[in-house]
Design a protein around this ligand. Structure first.
Ligand code: NAD
Ligand code: G3P
Length: 353
């Protein structure tokens, strides 16, 4: 007798939600997806693809899309949140009364809540209660929907405070083309995934200005240094930033034409306004809100984040991108590793007794 697999719910119907639906449905798992817009749900069901957000990728027949949120999460063994980070609290709140008691809860969004400056795991704890965080995990790493949807080999990471939950998510997603690692460092994995978007906007701007690979490598490397500094101040393990959610995602987002953050940056570098650049991408550009959040977090934690500061001035204070480059290049002399190494030593002392 064939074993009927218990369904998975995906909240959101954008590009990442659709790619994850294709991945899971390809494993024979029934997938119910929630779209807040009935029209988009009907269109996806009728066309057998999400032509608005992930054109050219066929959805298996075991994927259904509906605007009925309670019906989508009912009896799901896992619920995946795949909406932009600014919508996470609202969608979580709407779904909480309906979530099955033991369902694994997976967040696939990459951002920091702008008003509260909370990472999304902390938003979850605030809304659902600290006792629920054992079944909450975050999925991150270098994974563009356009490639995952087409079965291109990809490696990602799942972080959870309870390793059993992280391992359950690992089992859920793992395929021959989608390799999943686990990590207990929730803060590091979510900060890596969120903060790299600021640097991707920056490398896009550098490309739009006509600069070269040297500039991009400099921004990525020094970007990783300031991401690590803030991560350390916020309790993350510095080694997480050497992994898939850190340097891995930084590489893919700063170099790929699939990256919405990089594409928006290119348009800004070519002279478009922020709103024109974001509108041209037609999908969420998480790095814009994250730049605002990280700029304030840097001040709160007294962490030096020069690239983030210049990005903030370009995006929100009208600083011409070329002046931002001059400001970065003319900073005082520094030793490369001093602060990060010191902070990492302190972290080891505190956490590796
Ligand atoms: N696209 C990728 O390759 C990719 C990969 C990994 C992670 N992510 C992350 O996944 C999250 C979602 O990104 P995406 O690429 O799917 O975005 P997208 O722009 O492709 O789609 C966003 C979806 O969310 C919906 N939405 C927007 N505001 C909403 C709200 N208030 N309530 C409910 N739904 C709302 C939109 O209608 C749309 O269906 C982001 O945090 C992104 O960083 C994306
Ligand atoms: O398209 P981007 O720039 O939002 O990046 C998407 C994913 O985070 C890549 O891993």
């Amino acid at each position: 007798m064939a074993v009927v697999k218990q369904k998975v719910a995906i909240l959101g119907a954008g590009s990442w939600a659709t790619a994850l639906a294709v991945l899971l449905a390809g494993k024979g798992i029934p997938v119910d997806m929630w779209s807040r817009r009935a029209g988009l749900a009907a269109q996806i069901n009728a066309e057998g693809q999400n032509s608005r957000y992930l054109p050219g990728v066929s959805l298996p027949p075991n994927v259904r899309v509906t605007p009925d949120l309670p019906a989508v999460v009912k009896n799901a063994r896992a619920v995946i949140f795949s909406v932009p980070s600014h919508a996470f609290r609202e969608v979580l709140r709407a779904s909480l009364p309906h979530l099955p008691a033991r369902a694994l809860l997976i967040n696939a969004a990459k951002g920091i809540e702008e008003d509260s400056l909370l990472t999304l795991s902390r938003v979850f704890a605030a809304e659902a209660g600290e006792e629920e965080t054992n079944r909450y995990v975050v999925l991150s790493g270098p994974s563009h929907a356009e490639e995952v949807g087409r079965g291109i080999p990809t490696a990602v990471v799942v972080a959870g405070r309870d390793m059993a939950a992280a391992e359950a998510a690992q089992d859920l997603f793992m395929t021959g083309n989608f390799r999943v690692y686990t990590n207990p460092d929730v803060a590091g994995v979510e900060l890596g995934g969120a903060l790299k978007n600021i640097i991707a906007l920056g490398t896009g701007i550098a490309d739009g200005l006509g600069f070269g690979d040297n500039t991009k490598a400099a921004l990525m490397t020094r970007g990783l240094a300031e991401i690590t500094r803030l991560g350390l101040a916020m309790g993350a393990n510095p080694l997480t930033f050497a992994g898939l959610a850190g340097v891995g995602d930084l590489i893919v987002t700063c170099t790929s034409m699939h990256s919405r953050n990089r594409r928006a940056g290119i348009e800004i570098g070519r002279g478009k306004s922020l709103s024109e650049a974001v509108a041209s991408v037609q999908m969420v550009v998480e790095g814009v809100r994250t730049t605002r959040a990280a700029y304030r977090l840097a001040a709160r934690y007294q962490v030096e984040m020069p690239i983030t500061e210049q990005m903030y001035r370009v995006l929100f204070e009208g600083l011409p991108p070329r002046e931002a480059v001059v400001n970065l290049m003319s900073r005082g002399r520094r030793r490369e590793m001093e602060e990060v190494a010191l902070a990492a030593a302190l972290w080891r002392e505190k956490n590796c007794k």
